[in-house]
Design a protein around this ligand. Structure first.
Ligand code: SF4
Ligand code: FE2
Length: 642
């Protein structure tokens, strides 16, 4: 007997899981249990399906069983190849995301797409850093130049990624150059990586692991940074917003539309048209149109528009099970195919929007930059048409909501700190770190995974770190876990060590707030770039490399390959990365040690080469303590109070 209280920490999700069972509807939570026990060959990475002589499954514990595939491939080779494939699959959706954003910017600049350039300052600062002429140049012209420069990162056959040069620290570029890791063109790098993993191609596991690290840089710069930068140019840079979390944000007396996925060009247009057509909902007897977010579409609209968040990845199906969604609009990444089956049980229309990403069982209202308004209007009109079809007997919306703050772009953080020191805003933060009032900074990022009790590991890691005076920055679905549980609000100060709490009160007070929340929500998964920007800004101000900073990253409930590719990017920066669900690497002692061992245990470790390593730990308290120990180690190396 599985108890719903073991599946999720979110009482609203628990309530809906009971409803789902009563109505005979399957969700990811049950399906995850049906898959147990999981295949050990798959879990450890030693299952190879690269050719038709296989599939080959070789020993996962080094002794019992077959030691080589039909072609002679060893565990080290198979695991390294599989890992590279996985990292490519993690990075590619972000690279494609970035490419869609740059085309939208280009078409907007050329007057072909119905978006605006709201982030004038960001555009000018990027233009300057790219070495473009900025003074006296019209905004549209500059936006076009910036977009065309970005496009070179998908076209050039040699040279270094412009976005890497734009955003990376000089000392990091130097170190990566020595290892021949500087990417040139994101698409070319992806093709090269797939070519390496193809049957009968690369088999040197060390070279494959270096390709993994290079793919991490592709992810970081032409995925994350490029997406965030150009999204800020189009939609504006986020500023502090207040919002509500949990299923209770779905409102019974409104026409409800959930936006789910990652692409703000879709969700922003749905929001815009919901405002334009709000009166039509009133004409239908509703109080208006209510947009709620799921996953990172939620983060994008939350960060810039303060839109409330219904739920995160693992419970996406349950938002429909409230019976009160007229439409769920999806674009790309983290869209469960199971949504279609759930939507069929209600009046909810599942609408897929990307011409390249079709969802079986969904209707299609295609987004293109030029047709964005048509898409937005059509989607909202369809939702309005479904409102009278709602079956009231099937509606049950869990009541609770939780207050949260978000919108912590680096620009916003600097502005808040400027209230303490206008001339040198980062200094108060650096002084607090130096004195030990802030022991370090950890980014809690990534997913929820139905293998883990939803939101539990994310919040437990955060609370243990806060108790140790570690400041949290957050993104993605993990930020939603923290939001649902009060850690994105000043109320979360109760979990902080006294020193950290005092710092947060001081910054808050200088800005007319009771305190800053203990976890600063920095945005969507692509906005992990903002976390990187913050680290680079701190490193540069302190005159040290990012790898020296007392910081770490943590993804306690990781499910997506994207979490691993983002983690790879941070390891390449020299930041330790904790995961709570293991990567499929333990079948190869070489790969496992290269990524997770301390210096000296293996001839080549990421710790030695980059200054960061992978930490796998299921127990959230232990994970937090391991990160704290490493933070103290890095503090000692910097000569800081411990
Ligand atoms: Fe087996 Fe080698 Fe083919 Fe992989 S590539 S399936 S190990 S024969
Ligand atoms: Fe995401």
């Amino acid at each position: 007997q599985i108890l719903v209280t073991d599946l999720s920490l979110d009482t609203g999700v628990q309530e809906l899981l009971v409803k789902a069972e009563q109505e005979g509807i399957d969700t990811a939570f049950q399906r995850a249990r049906e898959q147990e026990p999981h295949c050990k060959f798959g879990l450890t990475g030693v299952c190879c399906r690269r050719c038709l002589q296989g599939p080959c499954r070789i020993t996962f514990n080094g002794n019992k069983g077959v030691k080589r595939g039909v072609c002679g491939a060893t565990a080290d080779q198979i695991v390294a190849r599989n890992l590279l494939s996985l990292i490519v699959e993690g990075a590619t959706p972000h690279v494609e995301h970035a490419r869609e954003v740059l085309h939208t910017l280009l078409e907007t600049a050329e007057g072909k797409a119905p978006y605006e350039i709201k982030g004038k300052e960001k555009l000018i600062s990027i233009g300057k850093k790219l070495g473009l002429t900025v003074d006296g140049v019209e905004l549209d012209k500059l936006a076009q130049e910036v977009a065309l420069t970005a496009l070179q990162d998908f076209q050039q056959q040699s040279g270094v990624s412009h976005w890497l040069r734009l955003r990376a620290q000089d000392q990091a570029i130097e170190a990566w150059e020595k290892l021949n890791l500087l990417p040139s063109n994101a698409h070319l790098e992806i093709a090269n990586a797939i070519n390496k993993t193809a049957m009968g191609c690369e088999s040197d596991p060390v070279s494959l692991l270096l390709a993994v690290m290079k793919m991490g840089l592709v992810e970081g710069y032409d995925g994350l940074h490029l997406s965030t930068d150009l999204q800020d140019v189009i939609f504006g840079t986020p500023r502090l917003v207040k919002t509500q979390y949990r299923m209770g944000v779905i409102k019974e007396d409104y026409v409800n539309i959930a936006v789910h996925g990652h692409i703000p060009m879709v969700s922003e247009k749905v929001l815009e048209w919901s405002r334009k057509l709000n009166n039509q909902a009133i004409a239908l007897g509703a109080k208006g149109i209510n947009i709620v977010g799921v996953c990172c579409s939620a983060n994008e609209l939350l960060m810039r528009q303060g839109v409330s968040v219904a739920t995160n990845y693992a419970s996406q199906e349950l938002a429909i099970i409230t019976g009160a969604l007229e439409a769920m609009v999806v674009d790309a990444q983290c869209i469960m195919p199971g949504l279609a089956q759930v939507a069929e049980c209600y009046h909810t229309e599942l609408i897929s929007t990307l011409p390249n990403i079709k969802v079986e069982g969904a209707s299609y209202v295609d987004w293109t930059p030029e047709e964005a308004d048509k898409m937005g209007e059509e989607i909202v009109r369809r939702a309005l048409a479904h409102y009278p079809e709602r079956d009231q007997s099937k509606v049950r919306i869990p009541a609770d909501t939780t207050e949260a703050y978000a919108g912590f772009s680096v620009e916003q953080i600097v502005e808040l700190l400027a209230a303490l020191n206008e001339a040198d805003p980062l200094l108060p933060l650096i002084e607090a770190v130096a004195k030990g009032d802030i022991l370090g900074v950890v980014a809690i990022v990534g997913c929820t995974n139905p293998k883990v009790k939803q939101d539990w590991a994310n919040t437990e890691v955060a609370k243990e770190l806060l108790r140790n005076n570690v400041l949290i920055v957050a993104s993605g679905c993990s930020a939603h876990s923290l939001g649902k549980n009060g850690l994105l609000s000043p109320d979360g100060l109760q979990y902080c060590g006294e020193k950290l709490a005092n710092v947060l009160r001081a910054i808050g007070k200088a800005n007319g707030l009771p305190a800053l929340p203990p976890a600063l929500h920095m945005g969507s998964c692509v906005d992990n770039s903002r976390i990187d920007d913050l680290l680079v800004a701190l490193g540069n101000r302190m005159g040290v490399a990012v790898r020296q900073l007392p910081v770490a990253g943590s993804s306690p409930e990781n499910h997506s390959p994207k979490a691993l590719s983002i983690g790879t990017f941070f390891i390449a920066q020299g930041v330790d990365v904790h995961i709570g669900v293991d990567a499929p690497i333990t079948g190869s002692p070489l790969v496992e040690q290269a990524l997770t061992a301390d210096k000296g245990e293996f001839p080549v470790t990421t710790d030695e080469l980059f200054g960061g390593k992978l930490i796998y730990e299921e127990d959230p308290i232990q994970a937090a303590q391991t990160m704290v120990a490493r933070i103290i180690q890095k503090r000692k190396a910097l000569g800081l109070v411990c």
